[in-house]
Design a protein around this ligand. Structure first.
Ligand code: CA
Length: 231
């Protein structure tokens, strides 16, 4: 069996720390916790964790600052665990480099499922190289030839649709914010036209046959952005 990941929890609410630690330890994760931002950064530097679960509202500093500091030196998966349900906070955290977010309250099942997704980022970053062919169910993306196939049928995308799809598919399981999409697909520095994103997404979904009430590939994170399937 693989050795389970080492999770660093940076959170000042003792009850939440205990709940998360217990749930993770029951599944054999190694857990370290820190109740302040300073202690969290110190622990990140000295304990070499694999994953960080981070609260934004800490007594001595904003969790955003921690994301920024950690991202200067590491690609370690960071999941924000926050009581703040304000969309702009979540979006800023993702834009600053957090991989995912979870709002309180949450159950044990959700926590463990999301930590498993975080674990996939560790191995992915360490062992896989960007692949020119990406395969998700019936959808094939060949970035070398710039071709898309659904069920082996050639699908014609506009350059924007293509860029949009490749951006999402290159980050399976990760929420890509509207702002990241504007910047990477449209090239805007500031938040682009939300409507252009919606229109482009609708057309893209139609072409790759990802329509209906249960999408196969692209999931909408309401008010935040989109998440591509990680299967
Ligand atoms: Ca807090």
């Amino acid at each position: 069996m693989f050795e389970k990941s080492h999770v660093l929890i940076i959170e000042d609410e003792i009850k939440t720390v205990n709940f998360m630690s217990m749930a993770l330890r029951a599944k054999d994760y190694k857990v370290t916790s820190a109740q302040t931002g300073q202690a969290g950064i110190l622990s990140f530097c000295t304990n070499n964790p694999d994953i960080i679960l981070l609260d934004l509202g800490l007594p001595d500093m904003d969790g955003m600052k921690i994301i920024e500091e950690v991202r200067k030196v590491s690609n370690i998966p960071i999941m924000v665990v926050s009581g703040r349900k304000i969309e702009s906070d979540i979006i800023s955290a993702l834009d600053a480099g957090a991989n995912d977010y979870m709002t309180k309250p949450f159950g044990m099942g959700e926590l463990l499922a999301r930590v498993r997704v975080m674990e996939r980022y560790i191995t992915k970053e360490n062992i896989t190289k960007p692949n020119s062919i990406m395969q998700f169910g019936d959808l094939t993306i060949d970035t070398e030839r710039r071709r898309i196939y659904v069920d082996n049928n050639d699908v014609h995308l506009t350059p924007l649709e293509y860029k949009f799809l490749v951006l999402l598919a290159s980050n399976p399981g990760k929420v890509i914010t509207h702002q990241q999409i504007s910047k990477d697909v449209w090239g805007y520095r500031e938040k682009g036209e939300a409507k252009s994103i919606r229109v482009c997404m609708a057309s893209l979904r139609k072409k790759i046959n990802d329509i209906g009430s249960e999408p196969k590939y692209i999931f909408t994170e309401i008010g935040v952005g989109y998440r591509f399937t990680d299967k």
